[in-house]
Design a binder for this molecule. Structure first.
Ligand code: MSP
Length: 703
């Protein structure tokens, strides 16, 4: 049986979720829907991590018991997941896992016992009793070594956590240890033999060098007198298990490890191994400790551990409650549709790298890609079918004797040109999706939107409708547009389930795009004569100024907000109308004054390139150092003076135009082997990089 298991981290039950938590759930949900759509039986886990000193303290502060605290946070999570369409009722997760479930206690104790009975690869006992002396951060639930904390300013004070800036707890007590130091070679051999085990590549390298640097044994219990809120150590109830030990094991207890009832209900053998999605902040736990525990317990390793980057605010700061720059989910939900949010986070973050989240960017993308892009393609196509074809899908066939007429108005009489383009895009979309390159996959889907838009604009159905002789041409153009829409709804279903279903219904189709395997789509299967449904706008345009002022009013009065106005000092306030983009200065507006011959132009070798990496250069605030693939054996190293306007992480994967035969020159000690072409406008010469809306291979020449 073909099955698939995907997990998010289980979130601490000490505080309410924000955009960061929502993001991993959206990614997992998207993957799960794509698998289900392909007929694969899929299990999707999310949930909460409810033990440990941090929850105990949060509960104490709120005047609740730890369980009451966990129940409170869980009820919020459940409400939030329902509102965002991520729960079981909306086709999302299969289990909201809680580590306070009795079956979890059983499974965790079972794994502890199995580990304790085994031997390490070096022949030692994996679990031994010792004495722990050191510092512990309750918020990270992590022991900290000297290079992981800030030394105190005054003697006698505790050091502080580098992440949370809070004082660490001194721990000096008896503890059980897991002999992690004996698992280094076993782990390195996993990373070596399974290069896809930790992804992306850069994170895998980090993990390998961490393990090569030497592993220390891990304290895996606390005295019950210090931490009582947790799973008791089997046969020694004076000890409580370390919260990460218990939490990681949730991934297997949820599906039946160590509990017969769960095993019957879900099935460990049916679904394990899982694909774990985690933020890069908790990669070490998942890619080092977790596999070591599993090796020790004789359990198969996960399918893969995939780490995504962090959402930062528009200033590039990590979102945190203390800074007050988190994106509040209630504000987000009030002003944006679920599909727009899903589209934005998947399109905007290059998977694996950090991304910046700002409301203005979300509005801009919603308006350009959704309202003017997909939404407009859908409404113009369906409205025209309503107007010119009596609300029925017309025939796509142009009769032989009308082909010449169609050609005369520039309509491609060979339908397979468009069909071929879309089939190739569908395949590319699928490959990107499989590689979790959601941003690129969506770029590919939008090349289909552009292609269909261009077909309509070129064919001008409104003119064709005036000529009775062209009625077959008109019908064919509208059929092709409608069939393109059908394909788009199927491709986009995992990303935007609501909008895809809405377009599907408006096309008059039965069932759901969720039931159509995109790899099995066949061009032309949209049935002639299908009565289209009620045409409604799918993505209404968002009034930026109005929405931004409402968002600003909604946000909590304290703290720094995540709007772009914060990001660039001195920029116009968010609510001010945008300046016209046409000619920002007089100089830009002046027409062309002298002409060149075509041969002069031919001297410039312009090539399509793709940005492989982009980074800032220390002490050069205008320059970005990029590696660009222009179809040659080696990528080009290119410097571009765009650092003030482009975030390096957002450029990765983007198609650009490169002047390939420009003499190399050195800037700040780096050789630049070409130039990126960009428009420049305004008094400060703001650069806007030239790019393509359709897919084009690297190295293609611009003529
Ligand atoms: N309880 C542990 C995980 C145990 S898994 C066995 C934990 N919980 S957490 O509540 O801190 O959640 C961390 C996860 O939330 C991150 O790994 C990531 O998936 C998500 N995110 C939290 N903040 C985030 C951002 N700012 N950006 C992106 N994702 C982030 O760690």
């Amino acid at each position: 049986m073909n099955t698939f298991y995907v997990t998010t981290p289980i979130y601490y039950a000490n505080s309410l979720p924000h955009l960061g938590h929502l993001y991993t759930m959206i990614v997992a949900d998207t993957i799960a829907r794509a698998k289900r759509q392909r007929g694969i039986e899929t299990y999707f886990l999310t949930g909460t991590d409810e033990h440990g000193i941090n929850i105990e303290r949060a509960a104490q502060k709120a005047g609740r018991t730890p369980k009451e605290q966990a129940d409170y946070v869980v009820s919020y999570y459940k409400k939030m997941t329902a509102e965002f369409g991520l729960d079981t009722a909306h086709g999302g997760y299969d289990i909201f896992m809680r580590t306070t479930e009795p079956f979890h206690y059983e499974g965790v104790s079972e794994l502890w016992r199995r580990i304790a009975k085994s031997k390490t690869p070096k022949g030692n006992d994996p679990i031994y009793k010792g004495h722990y002396e050191g510092w512990f951060c309750a918020a990270c639930a992590e022991y900290k070594t000297e290079d992981e904390y800030q030394k105190p300013k005054n003697e006698g004070e505790p050091p502080t956590c580098l992440i949370h800036d809070t004082p660490l707890d001194r721990v000096s007590e008896e503890s059980y240890f897991f002999r992690l130091s004996d698992y280094d070679e076993a782990l390195l051999s996993v990373y070596e033999t399974r290069p896809d085990f930790v992804r992306p590549e850069s994170r895998r390298n980090e993990v390998i060098s961490f393990v090569r640097g030497g592993l220390q044994d891990l304290s895996v219990s606390r005295l019950k007198t210090s931490v009582s809120w947790g799973v008791p150590v089997p046969d020694d109830p004076a000890h409580t298990m370390y919260v990460w030990f218990d939490a990681l094991i949730n991934y297997i207890t949820a599906i039946g490890f160590g509990n017969e009832e769960r095993q019957q209900k879900v099935g460990f053998d049916r679904f394990w191994p899982a694909l774990h999605l985690v933020g890069k902040d908790i990669l070490r736990f998942h890619a080092v400790y977790w596999p070591a525990f599993l090796i020790a317990g004789g359990v198969e390793l996960p399918r893969a551990v995939v780490a995504h980057g962090m959402w930062l605010d528009p200033n590039g700061r990590k979102m945190s409650k203390t800074l007050g720059n988190t994106i509040e989910l209630d504000v987000l939900q009030k002003h944006f549709s679920i599909d727009a949010i899903r589209y934005f986070v998947l399109r905007e973050m290059v998977f694996g790298q950090d991304g910046r989240f700002g409301y203005e960017a979300l509005i801009d993308r919603s308006n350009s890609d959704l309202a003017s892009g997909l939404g407009n393609l859908s409404s113009r196509t369906l409205t025209m079918i309503g107007k010119y074809c009596d609300s029925h899908v017309p025939s796509g066939v142009i009769p032989e004797d009308k082909l010449l007429l169609a050609k005369r108005v520039g309509v491609d009489t060979d339908e397979t040109t468009l069909a071929g383009f879309i089939e190739t895009a569908r395949d590319q979309f699928g490959l990107h999706f499989q590689n979790l390159a959601f941003s690129r996959a969506l770029e590919t889907a939008w090349s289909i939107v552009s292609r269909a838009d261009k077909m309509i604009t070129d064919a001008k159905p409104w003119d064709l409708a005036k000529d009775e002789n062209q009625k077959h041409t008109l019908a064919a153009v509208l059929f092709r547009a409608a069939e393109t829409l059908r394909w788009l709804t199927v491709l986009l279903h995992p990303v935007m389930p609501g909008a895809s279903q809405a377009i599907w219904n408006q096309l008059g189709l039965e069932g759901s795009p969720a039931q159509i395997d995109p790899t099995k789509l066949k061009w032309g299967e949209l049935k002639e004569g299908t009565a289209i449904g009620d045409v409604q706008p799918i993505f209404p345009r968002i009034d930026k100024a109005k929405t931004m002022s409402e968002i600003n009013a909604d946000q909590k009065p304290t703290g720094v907000h995540a709007t772009e106005a914060d990001a660039v000092p001195g920029t116009a306030p968010a609510t001010k109308p945008e300046p016209p983009m046409k000619h920002a200065t007089e100089a830009d507006a002046v027409g062309v004054t002298s002409f060149i011959e075509i041969d002069d132009f031919a001297k410039v070798d312009l090539r399509v390139g793709q940005v492989l990496s982009a980074e800032r250069i220390p002490k050069a605030d205008k320059l970005l150092l990029m590696k660009v693939d222009i179809g040659e054996e080696q990528p080009r190293q290119i410097l571009a003076g765009i650092a003030q306007y482009y975030e390096p992480e957002k450029l990765v994967g983007r198609k650009v135009v490169i002047v390939a035969n420009l003499k190399p020159r050195k800037l700040r000690g780096y050789e630049s082997q070409g130039m990126v072409v960009a428009a420049s406008y305004g008094e400060e010469g703001r650069p806007v990089i030239a790019t393509f809306t359709e897919d084009v291979p690297n190295g293609a020449r611009l003529k």
